[in-house]
Design a protein around this ligand. Structure first.
Ligand SMILES: Cc1cc2nc3c(=O)[nH]c(=O)nc-3n(C[C@H](O)[C@H](O)[C@H](O)COP(=O)(O)OP(=O)(O)OC[C@H]3O[C@@H](n4cnc5c(N)ncnc54)[C@H](O)[C@@H]3O)c2cc1C
Length: 350
C-alpha cells in the first residue's frame, strides 16, 4: 500500500515515526531539509538556543525509517496522482495532509514586509535585523507574540505589543491573560489592546489609535491555510481542511495545523500537542485499514474551550494552562519540564 505524506513538519514527521513501523511504501513530500520545532523559535531569536538544537534532518530520519523523501512541494492532486512543483507525479492509496499553515496578513497594507517567527528562515532573518534595532513592535499577543515580546524585553529591547482584542492571550481565560499581562508590564513591555494595525510603514505601524514607532515589526497576528489546501477538493472551514471524527476529509487524512477538527462541538487547538496526537491516531487508523479493522474516532486533548499549553515567559519562566486552568507555580520548574518534553520529542527522531 502506498502512503504519501505531504508536509514533514511536526505532524507529518510524527506520523512517519509511527507508520514507518508498518508494512507500507511511504513517501514524504516536503520542500525543506529539516523539521523545525517551532516552540523553540522565540528562544532562537533571543540566542538562547542554536539552530541545530531545534532541527531534525529529514533525509537522515527517512533513510533510517525506510521512507522515500521527495524534496519538493505538493502542488495539486489530479487523476489520483499528487503533482509536485518540480513536475513529479506520485501515486497513492492513502494521503496524509500535514502541510501546516502560513502567515496571515489579513490583507493589511505592507504587512508582508514585516518580520515573523513562523519558520526557521524567517526567524534567522529577524534575528539579523535585531542587530540594528532598539524599538520593536510585536503585532499580535497570542502565545507566539507574548513569548517573542518577553524574550526581547529580557534582552533590553524597547518592546510594544499591539493586540486587536481587549486583552493579551485572548483565546485563553481572563485569569491567564491578566497573569501574563502583569508579567509583561513588569518586564517593561508597552501593551496596546483593542488596537488594530491598519498599515505598516518604514518606521512602525499605523493603528486605529495612531502611529506606533519601531525600528522593526514582528508579525505574530495569525495563521491561514497553506495554498496547497486551497486547491484541494475537500470540505473546508474558513479554508482549513474540515475532517470527520476519524480525521478524514473526502478520502484524505488531515492532521496538525492544516486540519479543522471539530468533534462534538469541541475544536482542536493548533498546537504541537494536537499535531502529535492526531498524527499518532492516524498512524493507528492506517494500521487498522491494513488489518481490515474499523477505524476509531479521535479524541481531542487540547480544545479551544479547554486548552492545554505551556507558555514560555522568558527568564527561565513558563506557565502551564491545563484544560483552561492556570498553573503558574513554580514557573522555573514548568519551564524546565517544557524544555525536557521538547528535547525528548526531538530525540525520538534520531
Ligand atoms: C513561533 C511558534 C511557537 C510555537 N510554540 C508552540 C508551543 O510552545 N507549544 C505548542 O504546542 N505549539 C506551538 N506552536 C505551534 C506548533 O508548532 C504547531 O501547531 C505545529 O508545528 C503544527 O505542526 P504541523 O506539522 O501541522 O505544521 P508545521 O510544523 O508547520 O509543518 C508543516 C510542514 O508542511 C510543509 N509544507 C507546506 N506546504 C507544503 C506543500 N505544498 N507540500 C509539501 N510540504 C508542504 C512545510 O514546509 C512544513 O515543513 C508554535 C508555533 C510557532 C510558529
Amino acid at each position: 500500500m502506498n502512503v504519501v505524506v505531504t508536509g514533514g513538519g511536526m505532524a507529518g514527521m510524527e506520523f512517519l515515526r509511527h507508520a514507518s513501523k508498518l508494512p507500507l511504501n511511504i513517501t514524504l513530500i516536503e520542500p525543506k531539509r529539516v523539521m523545525v520545532c517551532q516552540a523553540l523559535l522565540p528562544e532562537l531569536l533571543s540566542d538562547k538556543v542554536d539552530e541545530s538544537s531545534l532541527c531534525v534532518k529529514i533525509d537522515e530520519f527517512c533513510d533510517r525509517a525506510g521512507v522515500e523523501f521527495v524534496r519538493d512541494r505538493a502542488k495539486y492532486v489530479e487523476n489520483g496522482l499528487i503533482v509536485t512543483e518540480k513536475g513529479r507525479l506520485i501515486e497513492y492509496d492513502i494521503v496524509v495532509l500535514a502541510v501546516g499553515a502560513e502567515t496571515n496578513y489579513y490583507g493589511i497594507k505592507d504587512a508582508e514586509l514585516t518580520h515573523n517567527v513562523n519558520t526557521l528562515e524567517a526567524t534567522l532573518k529577524a534575528k539579523k535585523a535585531l542587530d540594528k534595532a532598539e524599538r520593536v513592535v510585536v503585532v499580535g499577543s497570542g502565545i507566539t507574540g507574548v513569548e517573542i515580546a518577553l524574550e526581547l524585553a529580557e534582552l533590553g529591547f524597547d518592546v510594544r505589543v499591539v493586540e486587536s482584542m481587549n486583552r493579551v492571550l485572548p483565546t485563553f481565560s481572563p485569569k491567564v491573560s491578566n497573569f501574563v499581562y502583569k508579567i509583561m508590564k513588569k518586564d517593561g513591555i508597552e501593551v496596546e489592546t483593542s488596537t488594530t494595525v491598519l498599515k505598516v510603514d518604514d518606521d512602525g505601524v499605523i493603528t486605529s489609535r495612531g502611529k506606533i514607532y519601531g525600528d522593526m515589526v514582528i508579525w505574530c497576528a495569525g495563521l491561514k491555510p497553506s495554498s496547497f489546501v486551497e486547491n484541494l477538493d475537500v470540505p473546508k472551514e474558513k479554508g482549513w481542511v474540515k475532517v470527520d471524527p476519524f480525521l478524514r476529509a473526502n478520502g484524505y487524512f488531515a492532521i496538525g495545523d492544516c486540519a479543522f477538527v471539530n468533534i462534538d462541538g469541541h475544536i482542536a487547538t493548533k498546537t504541537a500537542l494536537e499535531a502529535e496526537m492526531q498524527a499518532k491516531h492516524v498512524a493507528k487508523n492506517v494500521e487498522r485499514i491494513l488489518k481490515g479493522d474499523r477505524l476509531t474516532r479521535y479524541r481531542i486533548r487540547s480544545s479551544l474551550d479547554k486548552p492545554i499549553a505551556m507558555i514560555m515567559l522568558a527568564k527561565g519562566r513558563a506557565i502551564l494552562v491545563y484544560k483552561g486552568r492556570l498553573i503558574s507555580k513554580p514557573m522555573k520548574l514548568i519551564y524546565k519540564i517544557k524544555k525536557i518534553a521538547i528535547e525528548r520529542f526531538l530525540r525520538s527522531f534520531t
